[in-house]
Design a protein around this ligand. Structure first.
Ligand SMILES: *Cc1c(COP(=O)(O)O)cnc(C)c1O
Length: 396
């Protein structure tokens, strides 16, 4: 049996008519950059997330870059971020000649461990970037408390987490000062190329970000600020306007798939349950755990799970990870390592002071984690085959 890591053609097939119509309408309009479809998407995202301003941008990476520019992050400023994330989270900091300062991860969620933050704060610290990794909220209450105490800004990297709720039912991206999202095709809400969104609850800051998106020109050709070209294409917005109403049901299906994986791994005797953090005789596979239980969220009714996680990735941890990965690939199951190298071990960051600190949780995660297929259109038979194949490897 073949199990792809992601099957975008399967999702496209379910919405082909509407998507094709949106593409043709864009072609007929010959309106390509920003414009009415982008404005409509920004309104839809504001409504969906409960944000005050939304600014469509060229990618998730540019969303982060724009957010930091909007907060005037520059040379010498320090920005605290997790050491375990996709490269863009720290890369954008260095591109502004600011200094990324890393913190270790929580052993259950792999998100930034709030207990590790305060030790890294100096008089140069300006921003904290929590990442909602794999589709689950970082623990925002303590992060916001620390930010308030030390007068720091918070930029949420929600690239993997659009529509995720934290404890109180607030959407991630609307808790800190600025929220950033990516519409890269492999995210839960993906477009037909690169795209992203910046959101904020501060309308004035939103207007500043909107101007920075177009080189900082307001009016056009008059520059009191230096921005960039961070514009979203009309064609991507048109695709996203078709897809957005389906996002919650896709995420609910991912949660169902996660529940089935969990049930099957437990039945196979490979795990005792979710959220274990140590590999052992009874836990040869460590399973992800959804932690936060929002008080109100309508889309949760369609799922058996009471805690909120949208499983952009379903990450297990195993002892012989590289061998298992090869065995799965040999047997038709596509899988991937997110991420093999934490920031403190990246060649481009070796000279950073915080790269010399210890990050035992992230190091272990990098050695043991493996992403299994979790996309909405996956069948129960495919999930069963993945678990059977893993059981075969571990029991052999
Ligand atoms: C995907 C991703 C990004 C970057 O988004 P792009 O649209 O690919 O530029 C940033 N941060 C995280 C955590 C991501 O997963």
């Amino acid at each position: 049996m073949n199990v792809p890591l992601l099957d975008l053609k399967a999702q496209y097939a379910t919405l082909k008519n509407e998507l094709d119509e949106a593409l043709i309408k864009t072609a007929e309009s010959q309106y390509f950059i920003l414009g009415p479809e982008v404005v409509k998407l920004e309104e839809n995202i504001c409504e969906y997330l409960g944000a005050k301003s939304a600014i469509g941008v060229s990618s998730g990476t540019d969303a982060l870059l724009l957010a930091l520019m909007g907060l005037d992050v520059g040379p010498g400023d320090e920005v605290i971020c997790p050491t375990y994330s996709f490269f863009a989270t720290a890369g954008v900091v260095s591109r502004l000649n600011a200094v990324p300062v890393f913190v270790d991860s929580d052993p259950v969620t792999f998100n930034m461990d709030p207990k590790e933050i305060e030790a890294k704060i100096t008089d140069k610290t300006k921003v904290i970037i929590p990442v909602h990794l794999y589709g689950q909220s970082a623990d925002m209450d303590p992060i916001m408390e620390i930010a308030k105490k030390h007068n720091l800004k918070v930029v949420e990297d929600g690239a993997q987490a659009i529509g995720v709720q934290y404890k109180d039912g607030k959407s991630v991206g609307t808790i800190g000062d600025i929220g950033c999202f990516s519409f890269f095709p492999s995210k839960n809400l993906g477009c037909f190329g690169d795209g992203g969104m910046v959101v904020t609850m501060d309308k004035e800051l939103g207007e500043k970000l909107r101007v920075l998106r177009v080189h900082g020109g307001k009016p056009k050709y008059y520059h009191s600020m230096i921005g960039g070209n961070f514009r979203l294409d009309a064609i991507q917005a048109a695709v996203l306007n078709v897809k957005l109403p389906h996002l919650d049901s896709w995420s609910a299906k991912r949660r169902e798939n996660a529940e089935l994986y969990t049930k099957l791994f437990v039945e196979a005797g490979l795990a005792e349950g979710v959220g274990e953090t140590e590999l052992s005789e009874n836990n040869k596979v460590l399973l992800p755990k959804a932690i936060y239980k929002p008080s109100n969220h309508s889309s949760m009714q369609s799922s058996g799970s009471s805690n909120y996680h949208i499983y952009n990735q379903f990450i297990i941890r195993v002892e012989k990870r590289d061998e298992l990965k090869q065995f799965l690939l040999d047997n038709g199951v596509m899988c991937e390592i997110y991420y093999p190298v934490p920031f403190h071990k990246q060649g481009c960051f070796t000279e950073l002071p915080s790269s010399k600190d210890a990050y035992p949780v992230a190091d272990k995660a990098a050695d043991h984690s493996l992403a299994l297929p979790i996309y909405s259109e996956l069948t129960d038979e495919q999930i069963k085959y993945v678990v059977d194949t893993i059981a075969k490897f571990i029991n052999s």
